[in-house]
Write a protein that binds this ligand. Structure first.
Ligand SMILES: [Zn+2]
Length: 575
């Protein structure tokens, strides 16, 4: 893609606004700050500079510009991120650029799933009368089917295969797509005569499918799912989130249900802040995803023992990740779908409104086999992994009230970590140590501010002047780039760096203002340090070979320039 098109896209996407599409930021001092999405962050460690259009996490080290953020957050290639942001800003990318950019395997897979979803959706209305009848019988409207892009996989071995081949997708790719089985060396459609649920990521891209049989057949699974691919990992996505994320943010709460039809019913009945976990237990990854949009979840699960167990397990995990959780348990024998069908929307609304928080739910747990002490233990276990001490203390207070147990007793048990606690290791700060190599660091900071200084960096020094490995690598990287004056903006500098260590430390240096430093001072400082190191090395060589006149001559020369240089520096400081 042409550089000025990329520049145009960069300028149309302010980094603070883009990051705020994903998480809230607060204006603090000259920067914006928020909770880093790349590690389990408890104090806002993510810094965003609006003037420089870069971000940096000072806990886990992640750093980059607006493209890099979208790239890392969505696991995209650079070009995919550029395209996504072009779309966000309404900038059209010329057709020839588009075809050129469908290059990575991931992009090709996405295209495959997109085409498949479109094909299934078209087939539903063209050939899927039986499916539409089935949906109508279960009181789902065609509008809902359309809105959620439901589809129909034809009862054929080659329908999807032929369609995708006609679209020009390579056979090798289709083989790995998970959409086809292998029947004595030939590809055959995996999904046949099924109602198809496309599974989207939170951005609305189709990344997997679930297919449901319309009539039970002996020996054939009621549901089959496409397998994990580069696009899709089971237990990482939430079904329906791409449709409901804005309503979830707006409502300040998400309804978490279990299956496709529960979600469909809730959605169609106007409960548009729901997601389905697709599987009984909510996973940590799903909670991390949900937490991007809300701090509050209502677990809406079946009223049987398995449902309650799943609701409590998911709820505890949410609690340990700092979310607030309520538990809406359905009357025995009902699921969200049947409750709304049998008793109406109002009954569902009432159930949601009166859902107790997890602690009060456990205090009044209807399961007789669950002992009070065990229920308290479950809560204390969750609290031990909760990083925020204030939230922890508030919850101890709640537990104390709900169970009528003193806070003292709870606290002493809480800190007597009885059961082994699983905690994710806290990311070690990877900031560069400031006390050492200040000239090397400062010199790089200054040469990133000023193009003339940058040019001097290359002409006046070489890598041997840098004693710190990281700064030496940075020096090499920067000078090898032979940047032009136009390249010289902090955000653009971070575009194409493959090496994470270089990218992260470069971003850190870009965050510095360097106002109190002078380039010349740093330069002389670095030269003096270099001579010092060379002198030490010579001394070591002379100890080994004391009669070598050549070495002694070299030492005399070096010592002379050392004295000259230090004198100059001293003079400068004194006068
Ligand atoms: Zn981080």
């Amino acid at each position: 893609m042409e550089q000025n098109l990329i520049e145009q896209i960069r300028q149309a996407n302010d980094i603070v606004e883009v990051i705020q599409d994903y998480l809230p930021l607060k204006h603090v001092g000259s920067n914006w700050r928020g909770l880093c999405p790349f590690h389990n962050d408890t104090s806002p460690s993510l810094y965003v500079s609006q003037p420089k259009q870069i971000y940096k996490c000072f806990a886990c080290g992640k750093a980059g510009n607006v493209f890099g953020f979208v790239q890392d957050h969505e696991k995209l290639s650079f070009m995919e991120a550029v395209k996504k942001l072009a779309q966000r800003a309404g900038i059209a990318i010329p057709e020839y650029e588009k075809t050129k950019t469908v290059s990575t395997r991931r992009e090709q897979l996405l295209l495959t799933y997109k085409s498949a979803a479109e094909f299934f959706a078209e087939s539903l209305f063209a050939h899927g009368k039986n499916v539409l009848d089935y949906l109508a019988k279960r009181s789902f409207s065609a509008a809902t089917a359309k809105e959620l892009q439901l589809g129909y996989a034809l009862n054929s071995e080659k329908a999807l295969l032929n369609h995708l081949l006609k679209e020009g997708l390579p056979v090798a790719l289709l083989k790995d797509s998970g959409l086809f089985g292998n029947y004595s060396g030939n590809l055959v459609d995996q999904f046949r005569d099924r109602l198809m649920f496309p599974i989207h990521n939170s951005f609305g891209e189709v990344i997997a499918f679930g297919g449901r049989l319309l009539e039970e057949k002996p020996g054939v699974g009621k549901y089959i799912n496409s397998p994990g691919t580069e696009l899709y990992t089971k237990g990482k996505e939430l079904y329906g989130l791409h449709k409901t994320k804005y309503n979830i943010s707006k409502a300040g709460s998400a309804i978490v249900c279990e299956g496709y039809f529960d979600f469909l019913r809730l959605f169609e009945s106007g409960f548009t802040n729901a997601v389905a976990s697709l599987g009984t237990a909510l996973t940590e990854d799903q909670i991390t995803l949900l937490k991007r949009f809300t701090e509050h979840g209502v677990m809406l699960y079946d009223g049987d023992a398995a449902g309650i167990k799943a609701a409590v397990r998911g709820g505890l995990l949410c609690l340990s990740r700092g979310m607030e959780v309520s538990v809406g348990i359905l009357p025995a024998g009902e699921d969200p779908d049947s409750l709304i069908l049998n008793q109406g929307k109002d009954a569902m609304q009432q159930l949601l409104d009166s859902a107790p928080d997890l602690i009060h739910f456990l205090a009044g747990d209807p399961r007789p086999e669950q002992k009070t002490a065990e229920r308290i233990d479950l809560l204390l276990d969750a609290l031990r992994s909760l990083k925020d001490p204030v939230k922890r203390e508030l919850l101890v207070k709640d537990i104390s009230e709900a169970f009528s147990i003193s806070q003292n007793a709870l606290n002493s048990k809480l800190h007597r970590s009885s059961s082994p606690v699983q905690t994710t290791p806290v990311a070690e700060p990877v900031t560069l140590r400031r006390s050492e190599n200040t000239e090397e660091r400062d010199l790089l900071i200054l040469s990133l501010k000023d193009y003339d200084a940058y040019k001097l960096l290359a002409s006046e020094l070489n890598q041997s002047y840098f004693s710190n490995r990281l700064y030496r690598n940075l020096y090499n990287y920067l000078t090898e780039q032979s940047l032009s004056a136009e390249d010289f903006n902090p955000s653009a500098l971070l575009d194409h760096i493959e090496n994470n260590e270089i990218k992260e430390s470069l971003a850190e240096l870009l965050f510095e203002d360097g106002q109190h430093m002078r380039f010349e001072d740093c330069l002389s400082g670095i030269r003096i340090r270099k001579i010092q190191r060379d002198l030490e090395e010579l001394d070591r060589a002379i100890v080994k070979d004391p009669n070598n006149l050549e070495l002694l001559k070299q030492k005399e020369k070096l010592a002379h320039s050392y004295r000259r240089m230090t004198r100059k520096v001293v003079n400068k400081v004194l006068f």
